[in-house]
Design a protein around this ligand. Sequence first.
Ligand SMILES: [Fe+2]
Length: 181
Amino acid sequence: MDRPRDVDDLLALMAGADIFDEGEALDHLDHGLQCAALLAERRPDDAELQVAGLLHDIGTVLVPGRVATHARRGAAAAAPILGERVSRLVAMHVDAKRYLVTTDPSYRGQLSEGSVISLAEQGDAFGPDELAAFEASGERDAAVSLRRADDEAKVVGLRVPGLDRWEPVLRAVAGDHAGST
Ligand SMILES: [Fe+2]
């Protein structure tokens, strides 16, 4: 699939996401489901954030192995179906890692082996201008929540709700987006 056209395509992509990033023990379906489940607990009123958590690595599902560009690729894929905010949150999940590396001294030690491997290619810590731009974003807190869930969503064998839990949420977010354009 070059580019998903609708929610059915997104669900099909995630259903087939049995690929692993270097240094990771979970495939992208289990990782995305765990991330979404954590956000549903922590941000129960923010369906867009939960959906962004489910799909944050869809860029890697589309084109495996490009860690430096997968956030932008995923954001571009999500935008026409799920709207600008979901797209922005997907785009920000790598910058949120760089933000936390820059601002939280304990954070680097919490990263998985795979996230440490990709961090160098993604630019490592922020410079001052990048830090200021991220802090000024109205989505900073949501993006950091997504990132913390992303980092924790790597528990081998943890059972969480499957894609059927997320299908109506995806359709609702896509419907809201369609209704607003
Ligand atoms: Fe992730």
